[in-house]
Design a binder for this molecule. Structure first.
Ligand code: GLN
Ligand code: ZN
Length: 809
């Protein structure tokens, strides 16, 4: 190996795969209707296969021509790599078995590999997306990233049955382009992430699973691949000694099989320290171990944006963590020295010092810390490290910001430069590149004196509200009814946004249209009889982007797409300096809404933790500091909303669970800063103001104390799907604040009946009593349509009236 990266994005620099998938899905629903439909469905199928093929080969070619000797590949991956693994292992859910193989049309028997979809493609898509009558598999966050994978469904009866002919054909074909290294989810990670049907203990699956991997590696060897990579990010989480032993014996077996098949094995870990990886893999016979050398995002001790005078000996010591002492030098160390999941340029001089130090201990290969799936494709930088100016993919970013950033392509450049420098083979361009990196990072990110002054004068008082018992809030009936914030984002709203972007309507016309939306949404809520209204968020495309675009210290990208799941991509904003609020963010919309009704309207903001969780954050300061900056901006916004007449303000924190560190030992530090930031944002609200918050999940057993500490007057949560079970846990933990357990699961268009709602409300009363309870849906309604929204809310209000009547009041 020369240098490498641990994985590649699949969606395409212009989201080509997204479009091809969506066309294929659409054509599938019309397929079989008549010959013309049939024909177009086949064309969409070939187009999808071709698109994926071109993206995959082009990416591999680019890596190879940058000098990468062993190029990672997923083959063609259409949706998610964990889903692919389930397909390869022959364990897609049995309920989809009736979906037939995707076949090559009779009239084109000689269809080439690039034109072919894998036979099980429709079962894979059904597993990910469901069908009209079968539910999909669960989807959840990939470790602490914003990428989502499809959760394997396994049970004690699962039989593995390798289904890899199409994948092997892809690999064989790709080998003509580059020395590709197939990347598979490793067995320990795969089994740990699987959903255990009922209470099945899956230990019995471990040996058969390892046998399947042995066969997989053997057959990959027959294609002529040099390396195979098995990803084991699970080894960076908390693991038991028994886990370490199990992994050790499995990898000894896998390495032996690889040896026989003349394949080298790379075991790759990422998203955390490599201590467990080294303990489990040292001396097993694997040829390489990949470890992540990037400090935690939340508390970066070593910074890509550090000033030159901070690069003393101390920084250098930090760069090689002590757990690397366990590396014996027997295996090649694939050193994740370049951050694969953030967008900052690397300080190459510092990285080089670290690599040199490691090279004294054994064979080292420079790499990104994880797959490049998590960063945008390309920014544009010349071979000498200077800005690519007019050919930049991000012409909208200021040059000085662009100069500090590195997307996927630039990270590969950095690795190539590092590799040559390590081999004492730097070119003159490389020398310039290294100097340009140091130069770009020599100054800190722009500071804002005002923000700095305010940060340094924060006191503990600023993070405390008047005691809950002294808070009055607005006067409301028992079991107040409300919603979470957004109402349906109709095609009219999306069209208005597009018209504004295209310049076919003016900003004023756009604003007028959105104001009309707000007024009609208020009217709809009044008609439904809701108690606390919302403006409906028509003006927000995305709850983070909407705020980041208005805050100083944040930048948005034009083409910085990153896959979130399946065909869904996001463009996370980048925090590029001290965050501040140049002018009010939401008061206009609040006023339009409140002027249209006598009922109380909730102000609606995105909280500091979520603002960072869905952005690319700074690496030159702890996240806690950036969170406090955002909190100060929100604090001012809350003051302005109160001035504008708001008596209830909701600060959404749907992402608070996502940033929970992977290891328990780090939980307290996180929950402390997250809580502190939320409280800094909300604590200036007086006793007559109600602060609400909203969280998008129900598995928060680990976070109950945090929710109590947030000290919000009302917390709305998901709970319809688990029948209010979560409430008992809250009560047992001593939760005494207001709580709004969602009674309508908005993730489906199904309209729950009045009876169903009534039962859930009664169950909630049984669990926590009437006094703290609010009645609301699970989450925002932006993905719903109006018919089910009106019907469901009408039933919810009716059920509340019934229960109130039962209670005699
Ligand atoms: N207020 C937001 C909405 O209703 C909350 C969204 C969320 O929880 N993700 O859309
Ligand atoms: Zn939600």
């Amino acid at each position: 190996m020369t240098f490498t990266t641990l994985g590649v994005p699949r969606i395409g620099p212009r989201r080509e795969l997204k479009r091809a998938c969506e066309k294929y899905w659409k054509s599938g629903s019309a397929a079989g209707e008549d010959a013309a439909h049939e024909r177009s469905a086949q064309e969409h199928a070939s187009h999808l296969a071709r698109t994926a093929w071109e993206l995959t080969t082009k990416y591999a070619q680019n890596l190879a021509s940058a000098g990468m000797a062993s190029v990672p590949t997923l083959g063609r991956s259409y949706y998610d790599a964990v889903l692919d693994m389930s397909a390869y292992l022959g364990v897609l859910p049995a309920r989809f078995n009736t979906i037939p193989d995707h076949t090559i049309p009779d009239r084109e028997p000689t269809m080439s590999i690039p034109d072919r979809l894998p036979r099980d493609i429709d079962r894979r898509f059904a597993t990910a997306r469901g069908t009209s009558d079968l539910p999909p598999s669960a989807m959840t966050k990939w470790y602490d990233t914003n990428y989502h994978y499809i959760v394997p469904e396994l049970s004690v009866d699962t039989k593995f049955d390798l289904t890899i002919d199409d994948f092997l054909a892809d690999v064989a074909e790709l080998l003509k382009t580059a020395n590709v290294r197939p990347v598979l989810v490793g067995p320990f990670t795969y089994l740990t992430l699987a959903d255990h049907a009922a209470d099945d203990d899956l230990d019995g699956l471990w040996q058969p699973l390892i046998d399947a991997y042995v066969e997989f590696i053997t057959r990959l060897g027959a294609t002529g691949v040099e390396w195979v990579q098995l990803d084991e990010p699970q080894l960076t989480c908390d693991v038991t000694d028994a886990d370490v032993d199990r992994v050790r014996s499995a990898y000894t077996k896998l390495a032996e099989a690889a040896g026989k098949a003349d394949v080298k094995l790379l075991a790759a870990t990422y998203f955390g320290p490599g201590d467990h990886a080294l303990a489990a893999l040292n001396g097993t016979g694997v040829n390489g171990i990949a470890v992540d050398l990037i400090p935690s995002q939340q508390t970066p001790t070593r910074s890509a944006a550090s000033s030159s005078d901070a690069r003393g000996d101390a920084a250098q010591d930090d760069a090689v963590p002590s757990w690397l002492d366990a590396w014996t030098g027997e295996e090649t160390l694939v050193a994740g020295i370049i951050n694969g999941r953030n967008v900052w340029r690397t300080d190459i001089e510092q990285a080089l010092r670290t690599l040199k130090e490691l090279a004294e201990r054994g064979p080292v290969v420079a790499s990104t810390s994880c797959s490049l799936l998590h960063v945008p494709y390309r920014l544009g930088r010349n071979a000498d490290g200077t800005d690519a100016q007019e050919s930049s993919s991000e012409p909208g970013l200021p040059v000085d910001v662009r100069n500090r950033l590195a997307f996927g392509e630039e990270k590969i450049q950095e690795l190539a430069v590092l590799h040559r420098a390590l081999a004492s083979a730097s070119t003159p361009d490389d020398e310039h590149y290294i100097a340009a990196s140091s130069q770009a990072l020599s100054e800190g990110l722009p500071t804002n004196d005002d923000v700095q002054r305010r940060l340094s004068s924060i006191t503990d008082d600023d993070r405390h509200r008047v005691p809950f018992s002294d808070r009055t809030g607005p006067s409301l009936p028992i079991l107040p009814t409300t919603t979470i914030g957004s109402f349906p984002q109709t095609s009219a709203i999306r069209r208005a946004r597009k018209d504004k972007r295209d310049g076919t309507i003016t900003q004023d016309e756009y604003t007028a249209r959105m104001e009309d939306e707000v007024r009609s949404t208020i009217k709809a809520q009044e008609d439904l009889g809701l108690d606390v209204l919302v403006h409906g968020e028509p003006e927000r495309n995305d709850m983070v982007q909407y705020f980041s675009e208005q805050l100083d210290g944040y930048c948005s990208t034009t083409n910085g797409w990153v896959q979130s799941y399946g065909s869904r991509c996001v463009r996370p904003p980048i925090v590029t300096g001290d965050v501040s609020r140049p002018s009010p963010l939401t008061t206009h919309w609040f006023r339009v809404a409140q002027d249209a009704t006598d009922k109380p309207v909730k102000g609606m903001l995105t909280g500091p933790v979520t603002m960072l969780a869905w952005s690319f954050v700074r690496e030159d300061q702890p996240m806690s500091v950036t969170a406090d900056q955002v909190a100060l901006a929100l604090r001012d916004e809350i003051d302005d909303l109160i001035q504008a007449g708001a008596r209830i303000i909701q600060v959404d924190e749907p992402a608070i669970r996502e940033l929970l560190p992977l290891r328990k030992a780090d939980h307290d530090a996180y929950t402390t800063w997250a809580t502190q930031a939320f409280r800094l944002a909300t604590s200036s609200a007086g006793p007559d103001i109600h602060i609400h918050t909203h969280m998008c999940y129900s598995q928060f057993n680990e976070l109950i104390d945090t929710i109590i500490d947030l000290d919000a007057d009302v917390t709305t949560i998901e709970s319809a799907r688990n029948g209010m079970k979560v409430l008992k846990a809250l009560r047992d933990a001593g939760f005494s604040l207001g709580i709004g357990p969602g009674v309508w699961d908005i993730h489906s268009p199904r309209v729950p009946s009045v009876d169903e709602n009534t039962t859930l409300i009664r169950d909630a009363i049984d669990a926590v009593g009437v006094e703290p309870l609010w009645v609301n849906p699970d989450c925002g309604l932006k993905t719903r349509a109006w018919p089910e929204t009106t019907a469901s809310l009408r039933n919810m209000v009716e059920a509340t009236r019934r229960v109130r009547a039962e209670l005699g009041g």
